[in-house]
Design a binder for this molecule. Structure first.
Ligand SMILES: [Zn+2]
Length: 239
């Protein structure tokens, strides 16, 4: 794995508002504590989500962008970017790879965190089609697109974006995690981030208990002491 001291910038690429907060906000909070710069890139605005049916789609998109910015602040992240693709309709595509490669070259992260592109047969929720499409395209953007100056030459020609090699990717939501981060001391901030998504979680009874149970189970799987919470990732070396 990449030594912690070599992680100075992290880019988190997700499909929807709230994905990063379920999968990785505790780990993000701990990175921010160490002075790491973290950027969020959201492929959609999550305009097909929510419980409130009086809003039209455009209202939901703006509301969810605002909720994600609030959630980001709860863990110390202020750089939040949106690509504006349509929620529920994301497919792996050349255009999406280029959009993600562009931000990789802008941010120049050491580590990218994104969705696992494979279907998890133990638990369907992490395998939303948008998640799989974003995870696959983000991995393709990491290798080969962002590091190959001949891929999307317009990024260099028109925007001056030099090739960049991301050295490691952490995948969320997969069935074969191999790295667990103890997020116990960041659990309050992770919960605050999750609860910032008022349109998604305010109506969910027992939400806090649900989250605590789920992340305590990861800690248990990792062999951490009882009363601890963990986030789980599959680490992919990409140097
Ligand atoms: Zn999602």
């Amino acid at each position: 794995m990449l030594p912690e001291v070599e992680i100075n910038r992290v880019l988190v690429v997700t499909a929807h508002p709230d994905d990063v907060d379920f999968g990785a906000a505790g780990s993000v909070a701990l990175f921010v504590d160490k002075g790491v710069e973290v950027t969020y890139l959201l492929v959609t605005d999550g305009d097909a989500g929510g419980n409130e049916r009086t809003l039209d789609n455009s209202g939901m998109a703006e509301l969810r962008r605002t909720e994600q910015r609030t959630a980001a602040k709860a863990v110390g992240v202020t750089d939040v970017r949106f690509l504006g693709h349509k929620d529920g309709l994301v497919v792996p595509s050349i255009e999406l790879r280029r959009d993600i490669a562009r931000v990789i070259r802008q941010v120049r992260p050491d580590l990218v965190i994104t969705h696992h592109p494979d279907r998890n047969y133990n638990n369907v929720a992490p395998s939303h089609p948008d998640h799989r499409a974003v995870g696959g395209s983000a991995l393709d953007a990491v290798y080969p697109d962002a590091r190959n100056p001949y891929a999307f030459p317009e990024l260099l020609r028109d925007e001056g974006l030099e090739a960049w090699t991301v050295r490691e990717v952490w995948l969320t939501g997969g069935s074969t995690p191999n790295h667990w981060v103890d997020v116990t001391e960041a659990m309050d901030r992770k919960l605050a981030a999750l609860q910032s998504h008022v349109s998604q979680v305010a109506h969910v009874e027992g939400f806090v208990d649900f989250v605590k149970t789920r992340f305590a189970a990861w800690a248990d799987q990792a062999g951490f002491a009882s009363g601890h919470y963990a986030e789980a990732f599959q680490v992919v070396p990409t140097a």
